[in-house]
Design a protein around this ligand. Structure first.
Ligand SMILES: CC(C)(COP(=O)(O)OP(=O)(O)OC[C@H]1O[C@@H](n2cnc3c(N)ncnc32)[C@H](O)[C@@H]1OP(=O)(O)O)[C@@H](O)C(=O)NCCC(=O)NCCS
Length: 201
């Protein structure tokens, strides 16, 4: 669909203590495809991605960032410059029960798990969503069994809202079709709790 406004061209970059969230580049294609082909990374998705599908996804993420200025950013480890994966924001698809809204999401290559990168980057992204974009709410959802991702949602301040759980309409017939919905409202997230310490950038 054509954008309803002029593309911004130069997307926002975000930084944390250890990470740079930036626009996608062509030299990201190889590590992005390796991540998307890894069965462990894709355990909670219906299928891993082949090279063409991965490349097409990178093109979509890049176009989304160029169009809006924000989106699902490439996450680069500042120390060494390696691509760790993506973290960022995406409008919820019109066909999904949580729509309309904006979701926060993530996918990291396995060698970068367990270092707190997802929560660190996503905390920075939420600050951008609420302080800069002034979104009223950010949601996140995943298949019920994805405990690692649900833990990230909790760590960054989202809460499970069982009344909004749903069967994902694009995964009919898959054992993971049931999805849990987590959400946080702007006012609640910005309230001074002293808990937003993992992202000084
Ligand atoms: C989900 C993902 C981004 C997490 O990345 P990460 O950088 O390792 O996340 P963090 O280190 O910030 O936090 C992970 C948390 O989950 C916890 N965790 C790890 N394995 C877990 C498990 N099996 N069950 C419950 N919690 C688990 C960790 O202990 C940590 O919590 P803690 O800091 O309280 O100890 C990464 O595992 C990933 O890319 N997974 C595949 C893609 C995916 O599922 N994306 C989400 C789709 S909605």
């Amino acid at each position: 669909m054509a954008p309803s406004h002029e593309p911004v061209g130069q997307p926002v970059e975000l930084r944390t203590a250890r990470l740079l969230l930036r626009q996608w580049r062509d030299d990201d294609r190889d590590p992005f495809a390796a991540m998307n082909a890894d069965p462990a990374v894709m355990e909670y998705f219906p299928a891993a991605l082949d090279r063409a599908t991965s490349d097409a996804m990178l093109d979509r993420l890049r176009a989304g960032l160029a169009d809006r200025g924000w989106g699902l950013w490439a996450v680069e480890v500042l120390d060494g410059g390696e691509l760790a994966g993506f973290v960022g924001l995406a409008p919820v698809g019109d066909d999904l029960p949580p729509a309309p809204g904006v979701e926060v999401g993530w996918r990291l290559a396995q060698e970068h798990w367990g270092r707190g990168y997802a929560a660190e980057a996503a905390t920075r992204v939420l600050r951008y969503a609420f302080e800069d974009l002034a979104l009223p709410e950010v949601v996140s959802f995943t298949t019920v069994r994805n405990a690692r991702s649900r833990r990230v949602m909790e760590k960054i301040g989202l809460a499970h809202d069982p009344a909004r759980d749903f069967d994902h309409p694009r995964t009919v017939g898959w054992s993971g079709q049931r999805h849990v919905l987590y959400a946080v409202a702007r006012g609640a997230w910005l309230a001074p709790t002293g808990a937003r310490t993992c992202s000084p950038g």
